[in-house]
Write a protein of this length. Structure first.
Length: 227
């Protein structure tokens, strides 16, 4: 009789502990690939032309009421989300910085390579593929345990503090942001709803399977106390 495999835990490590936790080359590779695929998933959803993701609806809505460009609004929203990390005791890391610097360029590359299909069924498939790829990419780069992006850190922090599963927390965040974006005048579509309801379960499925297992030794003082 075989016992079911024990999946690796997602640890809440500080920036230096993340770098010292071992398997760095594997984790850096997963981080880079995950962020690149995340950017491509954004491009897929945009080129599907069925509706923006909830966060982009929110950014669009804010930009309608502020004398700022869409990109500046995204930066300010990211800073605001990072401030919420403080009471959640969520710790940033290399992945937090990489998230800010890498996703945009790969999204631009995806937009340059992917065209909007003429047929509606093809656009629907492109949208669904983008949602699934987003969940996979999120699991890949968060599972590298090098720190999350601002919005994903909010998700994992709330999940850790509340004890709720990732899929519930992610879905609640996406729906709340979507409603705020609609009230602010952001543009929505059927694909927006599919993303809001689908990305949580997709992330919940992929993340536990993609976490890189790390063995963190307890502090020397703790080891001495146990003996």
């Amino acid at each position: 009789m075989h016992n079911p495999p024990v999946r690796a835990r997602l640890l809440n490590l500080g920036p230096m502990a993340q770098l010292r936790a071992g398997k760095l080359s594997v984790r850096l590779s997963r981080l880079g690939v995950g962020l690149a695929l995340y950017g491509v998933s954004v491009a897929m959803m945009i080129r599907a032309a069925i509706g923006a993701s909830p966060w982009d609806v929110f950014h669009q809505g804010l930009a309608r009421h502020l004398p700022l460009s869409f990109g500046v609004v995204m930066v300010l929203a990211s800073i605001a989300v990072l401030l919420i990390w403080i009471p959640l005791r969520q710790k940033p890391g290399l992945g937090t910085i990489a998230n800010t610097l890498m996703i945009g360029p790969f999204a631009n590359l995806g937009l340059a390579l992917i065209a909007t299909p003429d047929a509606l069924w093809a656009r629907v498939l492109l949208m669904l593929g983008g949602v699934l790829l987003c969940g996979f990419a999120t699991g890949l780069y968060i599972g590298a345990q090098l720190g999350t992006g601002p919005r994903d850190g909010l998700m994992t922090g709330l999940a850790r503090r509340s004890g709720w599963p990732i899929r519930r927390v992610r879905t609640l965040i996406e729906v709340a942001v979507l409603l705020a974006g609609v009230l602010l005048g952001g543009v929505v579509g059927a694909g927006t709803l599919v993303f809001a309801l689908g990305v949580g379960p997709a992330t919940q499925y992929f993340l536990p399977r993609l976490v890189v297992p790390l063995e963190i030794a307890p502090p020397a003082s703790a080891q001495h106390a146990e003996t």
